[in-house]
Write a protein that binds this ligand. Structure first.
Ligand code: PGA
Length: 252
């Protein structure tokens, strides 16, 4: 059976003390979430360390929201994957649409970031997804296919076995608009097919998360779909109660 994952992408929110409080709130309530659901929180770099410390001994894993494309050196302002791993983080979100859109991340950069993540034992949560124009033009399949072929296809079978994918339609991120459960299932199944074309049967094991205005009221319906293995949660991850309620969207 595929892993079930609910990951919180806190984006550029919370000061350190608030982040620690939020993480503690998640830890305090996580016993109510089915044990089969892997919970991950991804705070800003500045308090990764404190959040990781606060979650020590809990079942909740910590991830970063990005990492540098290079291993180390004269790259002012960048944070290396090795630094993230040294804090006890296990995951790193890569290729989020906000990084692609606002910071010009290309497949070329993302290939390097993926290598850095794997070299430091971090599991990448690789994001794909189309924007509104692309969806309206019916190009969503080809957009996600290219995002996968240009990056994921470069992984070895061993690396692919650790990968998590997040499908996040850009038009649904932070907009309150959610893809319908049917739309999510349709494209998740397609993504799995694209993965299978390269990695064969291993594609059946790859967790594919849905992201984009996922909240307690719609999570269960989306997570019930066959090819949806959890969620990457933005806004609703900033309240422990909502994040945990989303984790509860999985029927036991
Ligand atoms: P949202 O963000 O849940 O606030 O729409 C999801 C994401 O960007 O990861």
């Amino acid at each position: 059976m595929r892993k079930h994952i609910v990951a919180g992408n806190w984006k550029m929110n919370t000061l350190p003390a608030e982040g620690v409080e939020l993480a503690k709130g998640v830890a305090a309530g996580c016993a109510a979430v089915p044990a089969s659901v892997n919970l991950i929180v991804c705070p800003p770099f500045t308090h990764l360390s404190q959040v990781a410390e606060a979650l020590k001994g809990s079942a909740i894993a910590v991830g970063a929201q990005n990492c540098a494309a290079e291993a180390k050196g004269a790259y002012t302002g960048e944070v290396a994957a090795s630094m993230i791993a040294a804090l006890g983080c296990k995951y790193v979100i890569l290729g989020h649409s906000e990084r692609r859109q606002y910071y010009g991340e290309t497949s070329e950069t993302l290939n390097k970031k993926m290598e850095q993540a794997y070299a430091n034992d971090l599991t990448p949560i690789y994001c794909v997804g189309e924007n509104l124009d692309e969806r309206e033009a019916g190009k969503h399949f080809e957009v996600v296919k290219a995002q996968i072929e240009e990056v994921v296809y470069n992984l070895t079978a061993e690396q692919f076995a650790k990968l998590v994918i997040a499908y996040e339609p850009v038009w649904a991120i932070g907009t309150g608009k959610t893809a319908t459960a049917e739309q999510a299932q349709e494209i998740h199944a397609y993504i799995r097919q694209v993965l299978a074309a390269k990695f064969g049967a291993a594609a059946a094991e790859c967790p594919i998360l849905y992201g984009g205005s996922c909240k307690p009221s719609n999570a269960a319906e989306i997570f019930a779909k066959e090819d949806v293995d959890g969620g990457l949660i933005g806004g609703a991850a900033l309240k422990a109660e909502d994040f945990l309620a989303i984790g509860n969207g999985f029927a036991e």
